[in-house]
Design a protein. Structure first.
Length: 293
C-alpha cells in the first residue's frame, strides 16, 4: 500500500496512481472523478454498483491509493470538496488555477505560465509508457493514418498530420465531419485512426472514431482524463490533465497538453527508426527550403 501525501488533493492522489491500477480499479477512478460531488453520500455497495465493479475492487482501489479503507477515502474526499467550496465562496482564486476580473494584467503572464505548467505536469502523470509504446508501433506499422478533430482540437489534428507527412507517413486529416466519417468508413485492419477531443463527448468525433473501429482500424484517442464516451471506442488513450479554470480553460490549457501528447507520439515514431526518419526529414526540409526564394 502506498503512503498518502496529505498535502495532495484526492484528484492528485488518483492521478498519481492511475497507471498502477488494474483496469477494473480504473473504472472506479473514472467514476469518482466524474461524480465526485455525490460520492461522499454513497455506501460501498452503491459505489460498486454505480461504477460497475465488485465491492472488493473498490476496496482494492482505495487501499492501492494508500487509504486504510473506504471511510478513510470518503473523509479525504469530503475534506477536499469542503475546502474547494470555501475557496469559491470567498472568491479566493488560486494563482495557478484561476484568473478573475479583479486581476491586474501584469499578473497574467505568471498565472498563465503556472496554469500551463500544471496542465503539463498533470498530463505527464497520466502517461502510460506501455500504451505509449503500443501507440508508436501502431503508427509505424499503419498503412494509412486518419486524424480527427474539430474546433480547437482540429488545429491539433492538423499539426499531427503535418508532422507525420514530413517523415513520410501516409496520413490525412479533414475538418469537415462528413469527410471524416466517409474516410473512417473505408479504413481497414491495417490502418490507424487518431481522434482528438478535449471533452471526449463531441459526438461528431466520437461517432467518427466509432465508425473507424467498426471498420476494423486500430484506434487512439487523445482526450481529457475525465472523458468517458470516446474511450469506449479507443484501443489506446493519451490522457491530458484535468486543470479547471474560470476562463475558457479548453483554449488556454488543454491545447498545450494535447500538443504535448502529439509531440510525444511524433518523437516516439522518430526514435523507432532514427536513421530512416531523420533522412526523410532532411529530404522534406530540402524541398521546403528550395521553395523559399
Amino acid at each position: 500500500m502506498s503512503k498518502i501525501n496529505t498535502s495532495e488533493s484526492y484528484e492528485a492522489i488518483i492521478k498519481n496512481n492511475y497507471n498502477t491500477l488494474r483496469s477494473s480499479e480504473k473504472k472506479v477512478a473514472d467514476y469518482i472523478l466524474l461524480h465526485s460531488n455525490s460520492i461522499h453520500t454513497m455506501s460501498l455497495s452503491q459505489l460498486s454498483l454505480s461504477a460497475g465493479v465488485s465491492e472488493p475492487t473498490v476496496m482494492r482501489f482505495v487501499k492501492n491509493l494508500g487509504f486504510s479503507g473506504y471511510s478513510h477515502f470518503k473523509l479525504k474526499l469530503a475534506s477536499d470538496l469542503g475546502r474547494e467550496a470555501a475557496l469559491d465562496h470567498n472568491n479566493d482564486l488560486l494563482i495557478d488555477l484561476h484568473i478573475s476580473r479583479e486581476d491586474n494584467t501584469k499578473d497574467v503572464p505568471a498565472k498563465l505560465i503556472a496554469m500551463t505548467t500544471k496542465a503539463l505536469e498533470d498530463t505527464l502523470k497520466l502517461v502510460d509508457i506501455r500504451n505509449y509504446q503500443k501507440a508508436i508501433d501502431m503508427v509505424v506499422n499503419a498503412r494509412l493514418i486518419d486524424v480527427y478533430g474539430v474546433g480547437n482540437s482540429g488545429s491539433i489534428a492538423n499539426d499531427l498530420t503535418n508532422k507525420f507527412l514530413r517523415i513520410g507517413l501516409t496520413c490525412r486529416s479533414y475538418t469537415d465531419n462528413h469527410l471524416q466519417q466517409i474516410c473512417a468508413t473505408h479504413l481497414t485492419r491495417d490502418d490507424v485512426a487518431i481522434a482528438i477531443s478535449h471533452s471526449g463527448s463531441t459526438m461528431d468525433i466520437v461517432d467518427t472514431l466509432k465508425l473507424a473501429k467498426q471498420s476494423g482500424a486500430k484506434t487512439i484517442a487523445i482526450t481529457n482524463f475525465k472523458a468517458s464516451t470516446i474511450t469506449q471506442y479507443a484501443d489506446l488513450c493519451f490522457f491530458t490533465g484535468d486543470l479547471e479554470t474560470s476562463f475558457y480553460s479548453e483554449t488556454m490549457c488543454s491545447r498545450i497538453s494535447q500538443l504535448a501528447c502529439v509531440d510525444m507520439l511524433y518523437m516516439g515514431v522518430l526514435l523507432s527508426d532514427y536513421d530512416k526518419y531523420t533522412q526523410r526529414i532532411n529530404k522534406t526540409n530540402l524541398v521546403v527550403s528550395a521553395r523559399n526564394y
